[in-house]
Structure formats: C-alpha cells, structure tokens
Ligand binder design. Structure first.
Ligand SMILES: Cc1ncc(COP(=O)(O)O)c(C=O)c1O
Length: 398
C-alpha cells in the first residue's frame, strides 16, 4: 500500500482520537524510518519514548522472534523464564524487591495505586485511600489514571471520576502538606512531567516530599513510565534525586517496542498483593519480556554514561540554534522553549517536511530520541532543526 492508501483506509475506519501526522511509515532501522515511497525520516521521538534501542535492533528482533517461535503466551497460571529473568534484572537494577507486569503505563499506574491502597488498608483499616498527585501531571487514560492526572482538561466527559484523589501544584510543599489528612495513603509524581511540558521537579522539593511521606507513612509512587529505563541518563530518574521510592512504574522504553508495563515495589508493599488481588491476562507475556530483557542487557551503566555524553552534545547544540530561549528536562528527555512567537507545532511540521520527526509537549518542542543514537545522529538533528529555525519568520517589529 502507498501512503495515500494507508492514510485513506485508516481515516475511514480508525477512531479519530489522535491528531496523526499525515505520514505513513513502513519500515525502519536504527534511527531511520521509511515511508512506503522510501523517504527516510530521522526519528527523534522513539514512538513517544518506546523504541529505546531504535527500530528493529538486531538483538531485540532475534530475541523476540525466537521467543515467538518457541512459546508466545502461557497466561499467568504458569511460569516462563523471560518473565522471571526480567523481574530479577529489574529488582537488581533498581533496589526494589518485587515486580507486577502489566501491558502499558496506565495499567502499571493502576496497579501502583491498588498496591498503595492495599498496603494502607492492611495496616490502618479502610478509609485511608486518598492519593495526592501533582497539578500538570499525566498518569494515563483509564478512568482512574485520568483522575490521577492533575490537569482539568482531562476531567471532562467521562465522569463520574474516581473519588480519593487530590492535586498539589508541583514545587509547593505547603500545598501538598495541607492536603495530607487521615484519609491519605500515597503521593504519586513524575520527576520530570513529560506530557505536562518536560518540567523537572526541584531536588529539594522532592527530598521534602520524601521526608513528609516517611513521617506520615505515605507511600511514594514515582511514575517513571516516561523517565525510566535510561531516558534521563540513569536507569531510573530517581537515581538523579538519590532515592529509591516505595513503588515505581515503568512502561514505554522497557519493551523497546512491544507493550509492557511494570509495577516495582518494596517487600513491605508487595506483602499485601496476595493471590487474587490483581492480575492481567497478558502481563508478563514471554515475547514482550524477551524483548525487554534485551533492552535491560543493552542499557548498562557504561552504555548510559555514553548516552549522557550525547545528551550533553545535543543540548549544547540546541542552545545555540536561532529562536531557542531555553531547554528543559533531563538527559534525552528534552523540552525546547522558543522565543519570538515561534510555535512548536509549526517547527514540528517543518521538521517533518525536512525528514526529522520530533514531538511537542504543551508549548514546547520535545525530543525523545532512541538511546542508541550516535554523534552523527545528533549532528543531523541539529542541522535540520537549525535550518528549519533559521527559515522561521523573523519576529514582527514592535
Ligand atoms: C508519565 C506517564 N505515565 C503514564 C502514561 C500512560 O502510558 P500508556 O500510554 O502506556 O498507558 C504516560 C504516557 O504518555 C506517561 O508519560
């Protein structure tokens, strides 16, 4: 099928809940994806933070194909090696004790909230169920994770929404403290708000939230669905902030391109999650886990150290481009603010025309390149983006 046929067929039959780019992609290798007509695109999106090893990484393809040919699914009524191995690697890498596997970020966050409430009910009895999240957060699209998402724009149409959530402005410790009462069981946050505009939380604020959680025995849930698995230069973004939370959620980059989510927790939290308390037909699927095992084996500390150097090269280059007012985020989770009235959506469209795929987050341009990028990929991105920005109309005279 050519681009026109694919786009026409999709538009006729797929629900229009996405603002798709007018672009079909049929194959890819490394950081390059190709349209049906063979036009190459340099990918600085990773499928929104998913294809951490790029397109069709040979080791990932081999592991996934071999597992698909050996045993594609068993259900969670039986044990499989890829699932057990992945859980062991995740625990060793993060310092957490147990893993529940789901299929997406939203599902992982649902599991995290359930685990936090169960811990609280077991220890303190019913009624201690409130989860405090941050204004401008994003935690997913299921009804509970939409409710957890601290953006009013997501709290329309689909009500009634769940009880038991409250929202504190990021960075405002007093506001968060004021929300804590005898019904509160957990605080849930992203260390870098991704969909909210690539906004990193201040380390002293996070340290104070941790101290508050410890004092009140509230569980601290860190949503690392977008920040996790090497995206910020460390395996968990928590490592930049110097702590191990009670619960961490992962998805996106963990699978390298197949659907997977994970809820990691301490033994104290895991103790309540006994048989029957939670489940998923597909969670821990051996094919998805086989791919994720390759992702984990590839993203060693040494590898991430090199990735971090490339992130610095990218950031240094971006700062010098025309109309760039400032950068946000950590590592390869980059937000770009423009001056002179330049709109991120216009930059995205112009980059796509020139063969570079980028994202937006709120008013910012957002880059989430695969973690296997090279110095040449960074240079190519800077050249295209720099060219696009140089051609943007000059600011209107006052
Ligand atoms: C921080 C965060 N949490 C949760 C989600 C939801 O993940 P999924 O789309 O896999 O359900 C996202 C997706 O963008 C996210 O960025």
């Amino acid at each position: 099928m050519n681009s026109e046929q694919i786009i026409g067929l999709d538009n006729a039959h797929v629900l229009h809940t996405y603002g798709r780019n007018p672009l079909a992609l049929t194959q890819g290798s490394g950081l390059t994806a190709y349209s049906p007509e063979g036009k190459p695109y340099l990918d600085f999106t990773s499928g929104i933070g998913v294809t951490s090893l790029g397109f069709c990484n040979p080791a990932w393809v081999a592991a996934v194909s071999q597992q698909a040919a050996a045993l594609q699914h068993t259900s969670n009524l039986y044990y499989t090696a890829p699932c057990a191995q992945l859980a062991a690697k995740l625990c060793a890498r993060t310092g957490l004790d147990k893993v529940f596997f789901a299929n997406s970020g939203a599902e992982a966050n649902e599991g995290a909230i359930k685990a936090a409430r169960k811990y609280s009910v077991d220890k303190y009895g019913p009624g201690r169920h409130k989860v405090i999240t941050l204004v401008n957060s994003f935690h997913g699209r299921t009804v509970m994770t939409l409710t957890a998402t601290g953006q009013d724009v997501f709290h329309n149409y689909f009500g009634p929404f769940n009880e038991g959530f409250a929202y504190a402005p990021a960075g405002d410790l007093d506001a968060l403290t004021a929300l804590v009462d005898h019904t509160t069981c957990a605080v849930m946050l992203e260390l870098v708000q991704g969909e909210g505009g690539v906004m990193a939380l201040a380390p002293d604020y996070v340290a104070a939230v941790r101290a508050l959680c410890k004092e009140k025995d509230l569980l601290l849930i860190v949503d690392e669905v977008q920040t996790g698995v090497g995206r910020t230069g460390k395996f968990l973004c928590c490592e930049h902030y110097g702590f191990v939370p009670d619960i961490v959620t992962l998805a996106k980059g963990l699978g390298g391109g197949l659907p997977i989510g994970a809820v990691l927790m301490t033994d104290a939290v895991a103790a309540g999650m006994t048989p029957g308390t939670h489940g998923s037909t597909y969670g821990g699927n051996p094919v998805a886990c086989a791919g994720a095992n390759v992702v984990l084996d590839t993203l060693t500390d040494e590898f991430l150290h090199k990735t971090d150097a490339l992130a610095q090269q990218l950031r240094a280059g971006l700062e010098k481009l025309p109309h760039v007012k400032g950068l946000s985020g950590i590592g390869l989770m980059v937000g770009i603010d423009f001056a002179d009235g330049i709109k991120a959506a216009d930059v995205l469209a112009a980059c796509r025309e020139k063969g570079l795929l980028v994202l937006t987050a709120k008013t910012r341009l957002r880059l989430l390149p695969p973690l296997v990028l090279t110095a040449q990929d960074v240079d190519a991105c800077l050249e295209i983006l720099g060219g696009v920005l140089a051609e943007m109309p000059a600011p209107a005279a006052e």
